[in-house]
Design a protein around this ligand. Structure first.
Ligand code: AMP
Length: 221
């Protein structure tokens, strides 16, 4: 992978399969999987001030204000395990976040190596998110059609209870998709203009998508 840290971003709308793929890539390449949504949910579970502030935005499918999310992610990126690279999932979601990330990486003489974009047509996203079950402990996700857990209601990885996220309800998912088109599609274009965007067909099965991502990442070796 060369000497420079493997800093990667995984982009895609809700239900595109980002979390599932991110866990696989992070394990394979030995970089931490940093998911802004997972971190925010952990703050809520711990009832921190940030968790309490984020709640109303998350429950209605809106974005949590930039400064809160940026501080949270940059703090996480300064931890020792993030010094050899990171896989960011769900961040950046706005141009301001993308610019803050660039500034931070530059400060550390790092740069984003690739932005992987999981593309899935909008009409299949609502179905996917609505059928999603999440582990209360590690936040791994399952879907009873395409990616069922080995034992019903229980996470394969740690036996945690599976639950359906409040914001995976159809009406909230529709709002999240609207927000994605308005705020995050410009981030996709930002990375396309920079020449580091790689588009992946997210409609394939999980192993197929993973193989496509692998092929793209091999180019960085
Ligand atoms: P996710 O698990 O990535 O779907 O995120 C769940 C919710 O957390 C989103 O609908 C937002 O309310 C909030 N969130 C996660 N990441 C961000 C971000 N980068 N910027 C703003 N809000 C975020």
């Amino acid at each position: 992978m060369g000497d420079s840290p493997l800093d990667l971003v995984l982009l895609g709308p809700v239900g595109a399969g980002k979390g599932t793929q991110a866990r696989r890539i992070a394990t394979r390449y030995g970089v931490p999987h940093i998911a802004s949504g997972d971190l925010l949910r952990a703050h809520r579970a711990r009832d921190t001030e940030l968790g309490r502030e984020a709640k109303s935005y998350m429950d209605r499918g809106a974005l949590v204000p930039d400064h809160l999310v940026i501080n949270m992610i940059l703090d996480r990126m300064r931890q020792p395990d993030a010094q050899h690279g990171v896989l960011l999932d769900g961040f950046p979601r706005t141009l301001a976040q993308a610019q803050a990330l660039d500034t931070e990486l530059e400060r550390e003489k790092r740069h984003l190596r690739m932005a992987l974009y999981l593309e899935v047509p909008v009409d299949t996203l609502v179905e996917r998110a609505a059928g999603r079950w999440t582990c209360r402990v590690c936040q791994a996700t399952y879907n009873y059609q395409v990616n069922p857990p080995r034992r019903e209601g229980m996470c394969d990885l740690d036996g945690g209870e599976l639950y359906q996220r409040e914001d995976d309800r159809r009406d909230v998912v529709s709002e999240r998709i609207k927000v994605y088109i308005q705020d995050t599609v410009p981030v996709v274009e930002y990375y396309r203009d920079r020449g580091i965007l790689r588009e992946i067909d997210g409609t394939r099965d999980i192993d197929g998508v993973e193989a496509d991502i692998e092929r793209q990442l091999e180019a960085l070796v």
